[in-house]
Ligand binder design. Structure first.
Ligand SMILES: Cc1cc2nc3c(=O)[nH]c(=O)nc-3n(C[C@H](O)[C@H](O)[C@H](O)COP(=O)(O)O)c2cc1C
Length: 398
């Protein structure tokens, strides 16, 4: 069976390589909308869903994993930002995803940034994003998704701050997050609080300790009593160790369930891409704007995962995201401490068979290391340092 799937994936990969230049002839945002329309079309028909499953699905018992009480059929998920209005949930399980994070959804309708907002960096295997959280707003989207059955797909609700004004008012910002989280209280399986979008007018105000404490306190007061869903917080890629520590320590202190590592990387802090490819260089994007997905993020996000896992001694669940193109990449994030993975860019550059290739490869990697499940592999190559008591030994009386 496994060799049939391998052969199928080989032909799909070759097929995608042939049609990719045609897809890349389209403007990236136009390609994104067209592919979403195809996904909605396939998802709306029973036979097309089954046919898609024959082409792309893959299951194996060792991929089954339970995280914060939620059972996932496999640990590979779609990351936030591909399905900003939550329109494609019917097709994801047939494409091989175990989970899909929808959004980011914001409290108010958000048109996003003006102008050209998506760019490909082919040599760097990266997408430059300058969307600015465009979405239809949490009221409309939650109404549409209310009562929808997601079957064996687990769904994350990514809540972000509406990007409409350059002015930051803490109380309004908190109310915006809470509005989305309340509207989605009965939809999906977990929340992801996105405090790290690099493309908004206000920057990242919740990297500030006091602001973050206020947000997490409000979430605990207003969301915990109405929803049992695990709550994760999405971290930025470009933080200093001190900034990461402030956020993860606050997450532990406020009993958040975990963190998502990481969001997009800003080019000014990054040496992992080919600078000449960045769209500000030839004026396609204004200076200082946009941030990168894919390969330039791969090592950075894995390093953040490694640090967070050690810092929190595994107390926070980690969802690993950034530059996962192969099973090896996903396994590196898992063995560094991630319990689940997200991805987008691999689908764009390598095709929609990537999820099944990654899942199939994970089964082999687990077996090679003698593990029976994903949870056994989590953090296995990132051993925790011995706990320090920090107690001074009393000097013995002479
Ligand atoms: C087109 C695009 C839009 C994105 N929009 C969002 C978003 O709205 N909210 C969010 O939390 N992350 C967003 N991201 C970041 C992704 O969720 C993810 O963290 C990042 O792309 C790294 O994963 P990848 O290398 O597999 O693409 C976006 C990424 C892309 C490529």
């Amino acid at each position: 069976m496994s060799s049939i799937v391998a052969l199928r994936n080989f032909f799909l990969r070759v097929g995608f390589r042939i049609i990719r230049p045609l897809i890349f002839l389209m403007e990236p945002e136009q390609a994104h909308s067209s592919l979403k329309r195809v996904g909605v079309f396939l998802g709306n028909n029973f036979f097309l869903r089954k046919f898609t499953g024959l082409l792309f699905n893959y299951d194996h018992p060792s991929l089954n994993t339970t995280v914060n009480g939620i059972n996932y059929r496999n640990p590979i998920g779609l990351s936030a930002g591909f399905d900003k209005d939550g329109e494609l949930t019917k097709i994801y399980p047939h494409l091989g995803f175990g989970l899909a994070e929808l959004g980011s959804f914001t409290g108010e309708i958000c048109p996003g940034n003006p102008g050209k907002r998506l760019f490909r960096m082919k040599k760097s295997k990266s997408i430059v994003v300058w969307y600015g959280l465009n979405n239809e707003g949490s009221e409309k989207i939650s109404q549409r998704l209310s009562g929808e059955e997601f079957g064996n797909l687990r769904v994350g609700i990514n809540a972000a701050l509406t990007n409409l004004t350059p002015e930051f008012i803490l109380e309004d910002a908190i109310a915006d997050y809470l509005k989305t989280m309340k509207l989605f209280k009965d939809i999906g399986d977990y929340y992801d609080v996105n405090i790290s979008c690099p493309n908004t007018q206000e920057g990242e105000p919740f990297v500030d300790k006091q602001n973050l404490n206020a947000l997490l306190t409000a979430i605990n007061k207003e969301i915990r009593p109405i929803s049992e869903k695990p709550i994760y917080v999405k971290l930025a890629a470009d933080m200093t160790i001190d900034e990461i520590n402030i956020i993860v320590d606050a997450c532990v202190e406020h009993k958040m369930d975990g963190v998502v590592c990481t969001n997009l990387a800003k080019p000014q802090y990054n040496t992992e891409h080919i600078p000449e490819e960045y769209p500000t260089v030839d004026g396609r994007l204004p200076e200082g704007k946009g941030a990168m997905s894919g390969l330039p993020l791969q090592r950075i996000s894995t390093n953040v995962i490694r640090h967070v896992y050690r810092r929190t001694r595994g107390k926070l669940t980690i969802i690993g995201v950034g530059g996962i193109f192969s099973a090896k990449d996903a396994y590196e994030k898992i063995t560094s401490g991630a319990s689940l993975c997200h991805m987008i860019t691999a689908m764009i550059f390598d095709g929609p068979q990537s999820m099944s290739e990654i899942n199939r490869g994970l089964v082999k990697l687990l077996k090679a290391d003698g593990f029976n499940s994903i949870s056994e592999a989590v953090g296995s190559r990132n051993p925790l340092p011995k706990e320090r008591t920090d107690k001074l030994q009393k000097p013995r009386a002479a």
